[in-house]
Design a protein around this ligand. Structure first.
Ligand SMILES: [Zn+2]
Length: 423
């Protein structure tokens, strides 16, 4: 005797060939972002696949006039998303949205294979986007297929979306951000959201750290390099500012820990780092201007506002102590930390499924930010998790791969979760 769960798992396993073919096809469309290449090719591929499977689809395109705002790095290239909807055979019920991003970061160097071929070696498929996160897109579609092919009479509505521009952040963006701004995903039409970023088959993402990306510019006064005392050295003042910020803030940040495990685990505390620095024009000129960009990462419990105040307080104090210190503080990207409760229905059901399949679920937040920010802060939907089969540590690496066994397992787990969610 077979339970429905057994039938669903069997059907998931029968999808292995289709899974491999579809993933390979997706990896072969090099959707490199920035600047966003071959987006229309990918969208055509995904749209066709959904329509073949019986979805009603639409392609949502950002109007050209909005591109400079939503995708400043796009150089005018189009920013399409695919949204496909399918209704359950048993009538209305939960309105579930499954989402993944189809853009990938540039391949970079040191690959031992073609990053856009989808080569298979020892049960792994290699390629840019194999883990982050074209395998997630394959999983979100095939999990629904496993249900259908098992003959489950599920109730509710499933919306699938594939969006661009997750990798290039931005306070607003042309992918998930745009879908939320347009109300295509809102509290009125969506009860639950699963984003298929790679947190591992046993990982359940319940949020991500926040961030302030900013720029600190220090102004001095130019003078001949032979007479530094006649000028004000902006490079040296900037160095002093960086030192002061680190010595006053970093010890406090190091002990501010995320209440939930972070992936990767080394990133569980708040941090501040300075990542670029520019200043001066020549070795015999005292520099009048120096600039550094910084990256402040926030754990849940912190706010952008409080983190900003900490930074500017140190700078203000420095300006009081040293009247020559003149500076400008700017921010170009901010995101609040995101954390949803592990008691939200999706998180709870997913954990339960993983446990019953012999796994130990890991609730995690991501060290980076991801599109969950738009869902939780923009659409205010908190019944939202990340679940995807790839390994976080392989994202953005050379020789990125997905273990095809893990992908199949992900399809199976998500299918079982859908079965329980959509009864
Ligand atoms: Zn991703």
């Amino acid at each position: 005797m077979h339970s429905m769960e057994d039938v669903i798992r069997q059907q998931a396993h029968l999808l292995r060939d289709e899974m491999t073919v579809q993933l390979q096809r997706m990896i072969r469309v090099a959707t490199v972002n920035p600047p966003g290449e071959h987006y229309e090719d990918f969208v055509a591929l995904f749209d066709t696949w959904l329509r073949e499977l019986g979805y009603e689809t639409r392609i949502v395109t950002v109007p050209e006039a909005l591109l400079p705002v939503l995708a400043p790095h796009a150089e005018g290239r189009p920013r399409p998303s695919v949204v496909g909807r399918i209704d359950g055979p048993a009538g209305p019920g939960l309105r579930l949205h499954l989402n993944g991003h189809y853009d990938v970061v540039p391949a970079g160097d040191d690959w031992t294979c073609d990053p856009f071929a989808g080569e298979i070696r020892e049960g792994r498929m290699y390629g840019r986007g194999a883990a982050d996160q074209k395998s997630g897109l394959v999983m979100q579609v095939l999990a629904v297929e496993a249900l259908r092919r098992a003959g489950v009479r599920w109730r509710g509505t499933i919306t699938q979306s594939a969006v661009p521009d997750e990798e290039t952040v931005g306070n607003r963006n042309a992918g998930m951000g745009y879908l939320v701004e347009q109300g295509i995903i809102s509290r009125n039409n969506t009860d639950a959201v699963i984003i298929t970023e790679p947190f591992g088959v046993d990982g359940i993402g319940v949020g991500h750290k926040g961030a302030i990306w900013g720029r600190l510019t220090v102004y001095g006064r130019q003078a001949h390099g032979s007479s530094p005392q006649l000028g004000i050295n902006a490079v040296e003042l900037l160095v002093e500012a960086i030192h002061r910020l680190h010595s006053e803030l970093s010890p406090q940040l190091a002990v501010r820990l995320s209440p939930v495990d972070v992936t990767p685990t080394e990133s569980s505390a708040s941090t501040l780092s300075f990542d670029t620095i520019h200043g001066g024009v020549a070795t015999n000129v005292i520099p009048a201007r120096a600039q550094a960009t910084f990256n402040r990462r926030l754990v849940p419990g912190e706010t952008v506002k409080a983190a900003r105040r900490e930074l500017t307080t140190v700078l203000e104090k420095l300006a009081q102590d040293n009247p020559q210190f003149r500076y400008e503080y700017e921010e170009f990207y901010t995101v609040e930390p995101t954390l949803v409760s592990t008691n939200e229905p999706l998180a709870h059901i997913m954990a339960d499924i993983l446990r019953r399949q012999g796994m130990t679920p890991r609730f995690l937040i991501s060290a980076g930010s991801d599109d969950q920010r738009f869902v939780v802060h923009g659409a205010r939907i908190t019944n939202a998790i990340i679940y995807g089969p790839g390994q976080t540590r392989l994202a953005h690496q050379s020789d990125e791969y997905i273990d095809l066994g893990d992908l199949l397992k992900g399809i199976e787990m998500l299918a079982l979760a859908l079965y329980h969610l959509l009864r």
